[in-house]
Design a protein around this ligand. Structure first.
Ligand code: ATP
Ligand code: MG
Length: 498
């Protein structure tokens, strides 16, 4: 690699926002035909660096070279012209436009003074087909799932003849199949000598597809390495600046009485799902994406209306027809889709954290105890190491992972009896993952019941007391912590039973 000229060099880039130095003399190089992994904790500066490269932000200092020549990037147009294309961490498609309109946004094909819809639709059809994406180009974007939107975003970025493609956490909303498809696409891009800059918090992905990695910490450059020369432990300590002793801390807690019972839950493809949960227990739900885990959670939480079945809380049958009912009965649900649900971008960290808990802070005269709110908010900022300049910071200005931590704090503050948490650590950095496990363990010690849906095998195995596995809407296996292993879970997840 090193004897070639880098296709991209970013040298000593600095960038400040009011109150934060997001980047302090950071450098990054990428060569043609390689995947450069850009790693670091939530708030380390990864997205900011990539937004500078793609012309969204202007750098304060530093130089950028493409093919060895210094360039000026003063806006998105400059970046495009230089062959830089980005898939943003936050979805950036316009929901009220169709797929083809989004694909050609800013690049419309015109005939005379009129848009050439026919050509755009036909070209879109070709792109979609190339990526096995079976939707009409005329579909409205808002009717797609988050994963499908992400695919459109990806197709859009690579359909532009780019030389450098930036992918900022592209797989967080993708299914396994879609992720595999993306990896195939990445390999094709490499063969065309395109450089890919890949941001992810998923270790397996990084080791699977990156050729080299660059690590940032707190807005500074930590190192650049060949992937072959680093181990997982080395990477973690580069990212968090220390060794993580126990990545998946497990605590033994005496189980109490049954707190939640689910009997014969059925809805659409969900068939007769029954299980129970005890006080002081973490029940892991494993399964492939699309196996029905999230549906079960949303049925218990009242977001979907069950066709059949019963739910009992502390031995009593409860009627849950809406999330409100669920919350009233002490059930909280932290959705996997924190980007789409739950954040109010214009409000502050404090307001976003408190929004579901206002009642808990009212005194008997219905006045809000703002002091208590502020101190609880500060407490969670510390506990989850949320990187924000203050509790009053507008949440839109936080990094993606830190926004998620605020939503997690919101539900933890609610102190429910039963907490259902869907993909709790998706998009969260390794250090903060451990902090979240510590908090779940603390809740466990307080006698709460926790249902944790997760696609991360290590996480399911590491912190669950018991695991149930789903396949196509049914429970195919139940495994105790002692007998649990990856093979057994996979066996049930693909639908094999004993
Ligand atoms: N528009 C903005 N205004 C103010 N501060 C910002 C803005 N954008 C980013 N920041 C701050 O800059 C720092 C770096 O954020 P950045 O989004 O680059 O992190 P990241 O490495 O992408 O993290 P994550 O893994 O959570 O996505 C954070 O402290 C963030 O709050
Ligand atoms: Mg980011």
């Amino acid at each position: 690699m090193q004897d070639k000229t880098p296709i991209l060099e970013m040298v000593n880039i600095s960038k400040s926002f009011p109150g934060v130095k997001a980047l302090d003399k950071v450098s990054l190089r990428a060569f043609p035909g390689e995947v450069m992994g850009l790693l670091g904790e939530n708030g380390a500066g990864k997205s900011t660096l990539m937004k500078i490269l793609s012309g969204v932000y202007k750098k304060d200092e530093g130089i950028i070279k493409i093919d060895g020549k210094e360039v000026e990037i003063n806006g998105i147009k400059d970046a495009k012209r230089l062959g830089i294309s980005i898939i943003h961490q936050e979805l950036s498609l316009l929901p009220n436009l169709t797929i083809y309109e989004n694909l050609f946004l800013g690049n419309e094909i015109v005939k005379g003074f009129k848009l050439n819809k026919k050509d755009m639709i036909q070209k879109s059809q070709e792109f979609l087909k190339k990526f096995n994406f079976n939707k009409s180009p005329k579909t409205l974007t808002r009717d797609l799932t988050v994963g499908e939107m992400q695919m459109v975003e990806i197709i859009k970025a690579i359909s532009k003849n780019a030389k450098i493609v930036i992918m900022d956490e592209p797989t967080t909303a993708l299914t396994e199949v879609e992720t595999e498809r993306l990896f195939t696409i990445i390999n094709q891009l490499k063969q065309q000598n395109i450089a890919i800059i890949y941001i992810s918090h998923r270790m397996e992905e990084i080791f699977r597809i990156c050729d080299r990695i660059t690590v940032l910490r707190d807005g500074t450059f930590v190192g650049e390495e060949d992937i072959k020369n680093v181990t997982k432990d080395k990477l973690i300590s580069m990212m968090v600046g220390r060794k993580l002793e126990e990545q998946f801390p497990y605590v033994e807690v005496e189980k109490g009485k049954t707190i939640l019972e689910v009997r014969n839950l059925s809805w659409k493809k969900i068939k007769d799902v029954s299980f129970n949960l005890k006080e002081g227990e973490i029940l892991g739900i494993a399964g492939l994406m699309g196996s029905g885990r999230t549906e079960v959670a949303k049925l218990i939480f009242g977001e979907y209306k069950k066709e059949k079945g019963e739910i009992l809380v502390e031995g009593k049958k409860v009627n849950i027809n809406s999330p409100k009912d669920a919350i009233k009965n002490g059930i909280a649900y932290l959705s996997e889709d924190r980007k789409k649900e739950g954040l109010v971008l214009k409000l502050s960290v404090l307001e976003n954290m408190m929004i579901a808990n206002l009642k808990a802070y009212e005194n008997k005269f219905k006045r809000l105890n703002k002091k208590k709110q502020l101190s609880d908010c500060k407490d969670y900022i510390k506990k989850l190491s949320i990187k924000t300049s203050s509790p009053y910071q507008i949440i839109k200005n936080l990094s993606g992972g830190n926004q998620q931590k605020v939503i997690i704090a919101r539900w933890l503050l609610n102190s429910p009896k039963v907490l259902i948490i869907d993909e709790p650590t998706r998009g969260i950095d390794v250090g903060a993952k451990k902090e979240i496990y510590d908090i779940l363990n603390q809740l466990k010690k307080q006698g709460k019941g926790i249902i944790m849906i997760s696609s991360e095998m290590e996480e399911i195995l590491g912190i669950s007391d018991r695991i149930i596995v789903m396949h196509e809407g049914r429970i195919t296996g139940e495994i105790s912590r002692k007998e649990a292993n990856q093979e057994l879970i996979m066996k049930y997840a693909v639908g094999l039973t004993d």
